[in-house]
Design a binder for this molecule. Structure first.
Ligand code: DQA
Length: 145
């Protein structure tokens, strides 16, 4: 099983950006945590991060027929991007939306997720463990198929 893990803008600043909201773990720590979890489960991963919406669209399109599922934290693009929603719908891969913080308890402008309707699940507010839960959801989803 091959999973694509996508992180959007400013996730590369983890550990530096608003640690009271996003925690002290760095992006490098996050990658190592996800990679170890996947290794223990025999899952292959590609992990990418970009601050550019078009690059994220390109990565989703390139996943078509190459990956069994996507874990995505689109960060701020969650709340703005119809292009990401359309890309996820286009490839039709099982996708789990992840947010490190609990967006439901934050500003009004974070209450909209354009991508949610293309996702089989959303995990919000579980810190970086949310990425691991998302992998579990994709594993279970594949078993049911
Ligand atoms: C985020 C929440 C978003 O609202 C924000 O723009 C982010 C990170 C999260 O992981 O909690 O950059 O997706």
């Amino acid at each position: 099983m091959k999973i694509l893990v996508i992180n959007g803008p400013n996730i590369n600043m983890l550990g530096i950006r608003e640690p009271n909201i996003y925690g002290k773990e760095t992006y490098t720590d996050l990658l190592a945590k996800i990679q170890n979890y996947a290794n223990e489960r025999g899952i292959k991963l590609k992990m990418i991060q970009s601050n550019h919406e078009g690059v994220l669209v390109d990565e989703i399109q390139a996943a078509y027929k190459k990956f069994s599922g996507i874990v995505i934290n689109p960060a701020a693009y969650t709340h703005t991007s119809i292009a990401l929603l359309d890309a996820l719908k286009a490839v039709g891969l099982p996708t789990v939306e992840v947010h490190i913080s609990d967006v439901s308890k934050r500003e009004d402008f974070r209450q909209i997720s354009y991508i949610r309707e293309a996702c089989i699940a959303t995990i919000s507010g579980h810190g970086t463990d949310g990425y691991l839960e998302a992998i579990d959801i994709l594993i279970e989803h594949k078993k049911k198929k």
